[in-house]
Design a binder for this molecule. Structure first.
Ligand code: AMO
Length: 437
């Protein structure tokens, strides 16, 4: 007999023999009868144990099982107006598959909200809560929505190495790896590889994979390992072409989640709106003016507070959640050696950030594909060209103009679901202080 999930059973199956399994969430004892709430992936069902039917010994064994033990139960489904689901299971046989220790390190049904650290330390139990699991169902839908859109638009999914020869996003956040007596690094981003692929026939690619950054600060939006969606496309004219792919992708992905994740979004009490395209685009210099008029006291670099204020600004004035900050000054992108600067005004790049609800979600733009200019920009950053030779080589034998972006998938989920801390959107988060579980 096949095991059935709780949502595969209904009162109309009255009288049928069924097999179910799951965690003992709660036991309510009323003398010679007991109600056991059994929880599985899909929900809960009531098992009604009757001493007279089961015999004293088996009855006692079942109803004294510690909470969260795992049992398999065979029995008869019976229609019942009193049971929450309209039916109950009357056990004929049961097997204890795993007895839980007492006390639990973290409650599953308790109302008390545990500290995030305690939850993360006991993540396997934390994930038994429906609303915690729902986050990861949404995350899975986000990835499915991304793939659905990109594969449907001529992009090829690729996998690039995570043990690499050089960093692309600055030396400060590189994790060094001992690699058979040589020095290697954990990839901060697939940047060098996605660009290299533009010199092949795979000229529209994407990757969804971990990226590693030795982030020294503890914030609610930084991790030392995050999931990055990277997209790269060739034969573009300007950064506008990249922004168009990005906004369509984001809107299509949200639409996919809203369509397929109704149950999860309801459980999480989240109202997710499908944005209209095109997204609003405001040049960086104009963003600074808006911020000054709002009393912001930053410099040229728009910080967390600045992003938050801009988020409020576009929500209040236009009712929008997405904002492209465009035309980043070269001054801020100098470290991004691969960013193309405007030929007519080298003090500006076509680079952009995409902010979602007042937080950076993506950055990207058109790359410098001209070998000599790229070399000059790398030297300006004091990079040793020899170390980057495998990357540079790809620019010498026919490299089309190209651009792309990196989107933080964990941040996307965090913002979509209004989670305070990015760690809530990661099963087993990694940060400066945490490498376990
Ligand atoms: P950038 O460094 O801006 O760009 O990263 C792209 C996006 O990745 C997410 N992100 C992070 N999420 C969690 N924890 C972190 N420590 C973290 N760092 C970054 C953010 C960010 O917007 N190579 C370029 C992309 C490109 O130009 O294609 C890059 O990595 O959401």
């Amino acid at each position: 007999m096949h095991r059935k999930y709780s949502n595969e059973l209904c009162p109309e199956m009255d009288g049928q023999e069924v097999r179910v399994a799951g965690w003992v969430e709660d036991v309510r004892k009323l003398g010679s009868i007991a109600f056991i709430i059994l929880r599985d992936r899909e929900g809960r069902l009531q098992v009604t144990a009757i001493k007279k039917e089961m015999g004293k010994e088996r009855f006692t064994e079942l109803i004294t099982l510690p909470r969260e033990s795992v049992v398999e139960i065979k029995g008869k489904l019976q229609k019942s107006a009193e049971a929450r689901m309209g039916f109950e299971i009357l056990p004929t046989e049961f097997k204890v598959l795993s007895k839980a220790e007492v006390p639990l390190p973290l409650g599953v049904v308790d109302k008390v909200n545990a500290e995030l650290d305690t939850r993360l330390d006991n993540r396997f139990i934390d994930l038994r809560k429906d609303e915690v699991r729902a986050i990861f169902k949404v995350k899975s839908l986000v990835c499915a929505g991304i793939r659905n859109y990109l594969l449907g638009n001529g992009f090829v999914e690729v996998h690039t190495p995570k043990i690499v020869f050089a960093g692309a996003e600055g030396g400060a956040t590189l994790f060094e790896v001992e690699y058979f007596g040589r020095k290697a690094f954990l990839a901060q981003s697939p940047q060098l590889y996605k660009q290299t692929l533009m010199a092949t026939g795979l000229d529209r690619i994407f990757e969804i994979a971990p990226a590693f950054r030795a982030e020294p600060s503890d914030t609610v939006r930084h991790l030392s390992e995050f999931i990055s969606l990277d997209v790269e496309l060739a034969y573009i004219n300007t950064s506008e072409d990249v922004m168009q792919v990005l906004e369509n992708l984001v809107a299509a992905t949200i639409e996919y989640v809203v369509k397929n994740g109704e149950k999860e979004l309801k459980l999480l009490n989240c109202e997710v709106r499908v944005p209209k395209v095109p997204f609003r685009k405001i040049p960086h210099r104009e963003c600074l003016e808006i911020l000054k008029s709002m009393g912001w006291h930053g410099g040229v670099d728009i910080d967390t507070e600045g992003e938050k204020l801009l988020g409020e600004y576009i929500m209040q004035n236009y009712g929008e959640e997405f904002l492209f900050i465009t035309e980043f000054p070269t001054e801020l992108k100098r470290g991004t050696f691969y960013a193309m600067r405007k030929d007519e005004n080298p003090e500006l790049t076509g680079y952009f950030d995409l902010d979602y609800r007042g937080q950076e979600l993506t950055s990207g733009g058109q790359r410098e594909h001209r070998y000599e200019k790229l070399k000059t920009q790398m030297l300006e950053n004091n990079l040793k060209l020899e170390a980057f030779e495998p990357y540079l080589k790809a620019f010498r034998y026919g490299m089309p103009p190209h651009g792309g972006f990196g989107l933080g998938v964990d941040r996307f989920v965090q913002k979509m679901l209004n989670l305070t801390n990015i760690r809530e959107a990661v099963l087993f988060p990694r940060d400066r202080l945490r490498v376990t579980p």
